[in-house]
Design a protein around this ligand. Sequence first.
Ligand code: ATP
Length: 453
Amino acid sequence: MSNNTNSTVIVSAVASVAASAMLIRSVTNELLPSEVIDYFSSKLNSLKRHFSSQFTVAIEEDQGMMWNQVYEAAEVYLSTKASLARHRVRATKSENDKTLAFGIDKDEEIFDDFEGVKVTWSFIRVFEPVTNRYDYSNGGFGNGSSKRVVKSYELTFHKKHKEKIFNSYLPFVLERAKAIKEANMAVNLYTVDNENEWIPGVPFSHPMSFKTLAIDADLKKEIIEDLDKFVNGKEFYKRTGKAWKRGYLLYGPPGTGKTSLIAAMANYLNYDIYDLDLTAVGTNRELKNLVLNMSNRSILVIEDIDCTIKLQNREEEEEEKEDNTERDKKDSKVTLSGLLNAIDGLWSCCGEARIMVFTTNHKDKLDPALLRPGRMDMHIHLSYCTFSAFQQLAFNYLGISDHCLFHEIEELLEEVQVTPAEIAGELQKKNNVEDCLPELVKFLHNKKMVEEK
Ligand SMILES: Nc1ncnc2c1ncn2[C@@H]1O[C@H](COP(=O)(O)OP(=O)(O)OP(=O)(O)O)[C@@H](O)[C@H]1O
């Protein structure tokens, strides 16, 4: 028999074995009830597992009445790895997400490497009779006649790494998933309604970022470093027993970028903004309620703190406190101590990062209690436009980094008090650089003449 004939025989033998196996499987499927098939295949699988060096963790979508947080974390974590899938991925995006998310699909596998340990993730989707389990899709307990989809992830690795996977890898996946989720969430803006409750957040679309914010470069760096240190300081705050909160007082003349800086902070951190108009809040009790109902990782903003409300001096209030009836009375209006207590007391026990930002055009008018160290951790002075801020504005509005008029503008900015808002207004008046900059120079000269009079 020639080699060719040999291989033909082998191929046809393999084909006939495969065909017979398929035939047996299909005959078996038809003749035997599915419960019997399930029973034998589960016995076969457990026999296989007995001799295998691999270990598998099954992570189901829900655990009875509750969603399984490990499943959710696996879903989010694997969304960053889905590009490693070979054939198919699932794509999703909800209104609250900034970007598309990808997930592994049925029968796909993803390989991951954790400190040298190789693991394999797979996504399983099976239909299961709904019996005494809670059926999320139907919102009730099933009777066994209907079926529900059971989704799970399987994490497989060598048995010898069991400890490492349980104690290090899975906690790592949970942490990573939390960070990915937070980074992907769009920023929302909350305001207070007539009933003194937060109106459901609307997407915050202020485009300001630290890239486009026109303030002194050193100050910008200092603010970014301070924010980074704060948001990464969970362990520090826990260790020292301090509430994980940070207060920023922004002060400076109108139009110097206080609101713009708040927007840049929120966009940088991905924190929601709770814009609180204190004049709209009736009592300390209502204020406490509002502070209680803020979400974690958020910024409480109170603009123009000096004029939104007449805040009594804290020491005076302390004296008044002697009398219980007075205390009741104080709950009926918003006071400085009510504001500070609401923030200090409630945020001390939430265990999550919270930021408050107060703004004022008149720092000198503020109550000293508000300026005490520990209350407002960082006082940020936003001043009239410096040349470095102007360069940023020229880049934002005109797309230029240098021009022959820059030197003259630099000298004028040292002599004239002009806000970034005014400069931004001038730079938007003309469409091209050659018309715009001479007009700005004229504007600055006029301002200088007015100031000198
Ligand atoms: N530092 C800045 N960087 C970039 N743009 C700025 C800056 N300051 C002001 N602007 C521009 O001027 C406009 C007004 O600025 P913004 O509202 O941030 O000032 P403000 O200090 O909060 O003023 P107010 O005290 O009146 O609330 C902004 O929309 C922005 O276009």
